[in-house]
Design a protein around this ligand. Structure first.
Ligand SMILES: C[S@@+](CC[C@H](N)C(=O)[O-])C[C@H]1O[C@@H](n2cnc3c(N)ncnc32)[C@H](O)[C@@H]1O
Length: 207
């Protein structure tokens, strides 16, 4: 995976993304809102915000900033703002592995379906951790390699196509947790049958 192929893939997906993934990812978005609650007064960063499917879920009295590497995905997200989303204070083209925010800028940092898309999940997480304030919350929702042998075999077969499809289908959950260097506070299913998981981290108040 590299930024050129990622941008190329999501340029291709942007127009059809909502119709394809809108409903598929709905449970994960709902779970994220439940876990982030209560949000009023909080400042949230969504990395890899994509077409902004999650943006209407945020209550008006929090502040949300979304970043993404794909201009075309962001264009769709910006279109949503015309409908009026007072919580959204900014949508920026930015690399999640090099965030242009000061340390501890956000109360919560969220990455939905992004960890297997970025070239370096360790750098993604390190940046999410850095910009999260001490005592804040980090949520990662993602698919990890299946435990079911048939599906697992299929995901392995797809690995050589990662650059073309725009994600790595077989990242192991344990490998991801290892690269974060942190212990998750909670791990919960984010879809029926647990195909997607929500991994929540809490940054210690003294960090
Ligand atoms: C599968 S989509 C998920 C979009 C959105 N979070 C959702 O739930 O529908 C992955 C998104 O991550 C973005 N992305 C991939 N690599 C990135 C990077 N290095 N920095 C910022 N965004 C990135 C892609 O452009 C794409 O919009």
């Amino acid at each position: 995976m590299d930024l050129v192929s990622i941008r190329k893939s999501y340029k291709r997906y942007a127009r059809h993304y909502d119709a394809t993934f809108g409903r598929v990812f709905a449970t994960g978005r709902e779970r994220a809102q439940e876990t982030l609650a209560p949000l009023p007064g909080k400042r949230v960063l969504e990395v890899g915000v994509g077409t902004g499917l999650s943006l209407p879920d945020y209550p008006d009295d929090c502040e949300v900033v979304g970043i993404d590497i794909s201009r075309e995905m962001l264009d769709v997200a910006r279109g949503r703002l015309n409908g009026g989303l007072p919580a959204v204070s900014g949508l920026c083209e930015m690399d999640a592995e090099q965030l242009g925010f000061a340390d501890g800028s956000f109360d919560a940092v969220v990455a939905m379906y992004v960890a297997t898309v970025v070239p370096n999940p360790d750098r993604l997480f390190a940046e999410m951790w850095r910009v999260c304030r001490p005592g804040g919350q980090i949520l990662v929702i993602n698919h990890f390699a299946s435990r079911q042998w048939l599906l697992r075999g299929f995901e392995r077969c797809l690995r050589p196509l990662s650059r073309a499809v725009g994600f790595r289908p077989d990242m192991e959950f344990e490998d991801f947790v290892h690269v974060t260097g942190q212990e998750p506070a909670t791990v919960a299913p984010a879809s029926l049958f647990g195909y997607w998981k929500q991994v929540e981290f809490r940054k210690p108040a003294h960090a």
